[in-house]
Ligand binder design. Structure first.
Ligand code: PFF
Length: 467
């Protein structure tokens, strides 16, 4: 059988941990806490949780069921789903092809920070300008990116069961232990600053969890909703072919309904814990000022926090970056597997050869992204108003444009052309109940396409009404 020939997950838990490995990544650790801090703490969390169990579950189920039912990767799977929509598979393939070029670069930065802590350079890393000097330097970011890419290629080359499944089974539980440990530690922190103001970790937890309705208007609520929705996409790794690939490796007797719930709980749990770990720590040592957007949170604010912790920081700092590296590596593996799986299927070449070709091509793309901070530096105003350079442009193209577009068309194809029954049948084929069947039908036909259309229009700058 085709499925056995290409390998697959041996156990249901192996699949769940591999999919959770893809979902849990840098996005959970820097982006979720930052958005929560920016968007009214508990209010953002509440909106996000509602979206996970409605919208997130719909998209995750759609991808995984398409993969398992067809036993194919995205390019072929969409062709099988509906011959007229084969183009959707090619479009989907583009997303991991774009993402791998910059996700490996960011993962390389994490590796660099592990080295910083092991070589005793943590004090230097806490100085202003350290991060910028590093990413704009010509050679070092390329070297760290290449190491991360090589590690990724090694796991993917080892195969689905012996590589991805085995690796995720070790890494994911270790990641949870580390994040729980550091979060508890974060809550016990207390610090008095130069002005004599004492802040505690529990106060920081309040900043994170208590909903802030101050100044809440309709347009502000829409902004929070859109932030939560785009975060959900990236966080669950949906609409980029990855979950179709992983779905195609799942055995027919696995209860997909239960597995999807476990993946959602894992991904959301880690995001919530990441907030519990980061927000109180940053709040205690830097107040709310340290909560700036993007990479600067983990590469600029946190090294300052670890430095301020004194002796404890020399242990917590490296542990934190090791944990983020685990999360990044399992995500890199899933991105590469989606590319390798598709290429093996379309061109009928061996896993070894495909890993080599995909690895070298990704390395070329990622070198260009690294050079985007020096030789190839430019600034471009994106359609949604933000200004970015090469890495931001790639991120925008994949997350803000392609992902909502693919999702929108997929929802229309499944909801209105092929019909939700196509997915429902696959969910029930193992003999287990599909508990949220009714919700799925409503979401895939009405709510999800409407929300996707709004997200897409907002991303391309059509909506300015809530700015
Ligand atoms: N879901 C990952 C995160 O939250 O960091 C990111 C990710 C993984 C994005 C895999 C895209 C991807 F293909």
């Amino acid at each position: 059988m085709e499925q056995e020939k290409k390998g697959g997950f041996k156990s249901s838990i192996g699949f769940v941990l591999a999919a959770a490995g893809s979902a849990v990544g840098v996005g959970n650790i820097w982006r979720f806490p930052y958005l929560a801090a920016k968007d009214g703490g508990g209010l953002f969390i509440l909106v996000y949780l509602i979206l996970v169990v409605t919208f997130g579950f719909t998209l995750l189920i759609t991808d995984i069921a398409i993969g398992r039912k067809t036993g194919q990767n995205s390019i072929r799977a969409y062709q099988t789903l509906h011959p007229k929509f084969g183009f959707l598979g090619k479009l989907t393939f583009l997303v991991p092809a774009l993402i791998i070029t910059y996700y490996t670069v960011i993962s390389g930065w994490i590796l660099k920070y592990i080295c910083v802590y092991f070589t005793g350079a943590s004090e230097a890393a806490a100085q202003d300008g350290y991060f910028t000097n590093f990413i704009t330097s010509p050679v070092s970011p390329i070297v760290f990116m290449l190491i991360m890419l090589a590690l990724t290629a090694f796991v993917v080359f080892s195969g689905v069961e012996k590589g991805i499944e085995k690796f995720s089974k070790i890494i994911m539980p270790s990641l949870v232990l580390l994040i729980v440990g550091i979060s508890i530690f974060s809550l016990t922190l207390e610090h008095t600053d130069a002005n004599g103001v004492t802040r505690t970790g529990l106060q920081g937890l309040g900043v994170y969890l208590i909903p802030n309705f101050e100044g809440l208007t309709f347009s502000r609520f829409m902004e929070i909703l859109m932030d939560a929705m785009s975060q959900l996409f990236f966080s669950l790794s949906v609409s980029m072919g990855i979950m179709i690939t992983y779905g195609s490796y799942v055995k027919k007797d696995v209860n997909l309904d239960k597995s999807v719930s476990q993946i959602e709980i894992f991904d959301t749990g880690v995001a919530l814990l990441a907030g519990m770990m980061i927000i109180p720590a940053v709040y205690v040592f830097s107040g709310t000022d340290g909560m700036t957007q993007g990479p600067s949170l983990i590469f600029v604010s946190l090294p300052k926090v670890f430095d301020a912790m004194g002796a404890a920081g020399t242990v917590i700092g490296p542990l934190f970056f090791i944990m983020v590296a685990f999360a990044a590596l399992t995500s890199c593996v899933s991105i590469m597997e989606a590319l390798v799986g598709n290429c093996m299927e379309v061109f009928h070449i061996s896993r070894k050869k495909t890993c080599l070709i995909v690895g070298v091509t990704a390395a070329v793309g990622a070198v260009l992204i690294c050079l985007g901070y020096n030789a190839l530096y430019f600034e471009l105003t994106l359609p949604n108003g933000s200004v970015g350079q090469l890495l931001d442009v790639m991120d925008y193209l994949s997350n803000n444009f392609l992902m909502p577009l693919i999702s929108l068309i997929s929802c229309i194809v499944i909801g209105w052309i092929v019909g939700p029954k196509w997915i429902v049948d696959e969910m029930e084929s193992s003999g287990h109940a599909f508990k949220r069947k009714k919700l799925y039908r409503i979401m895939i036909r009405y709510v999800a396409p409407a929300m996707m259309a709004v997200l897409l229009l907002q991303s391309v700058g059509v909506f300015t009404w809530f700015k």
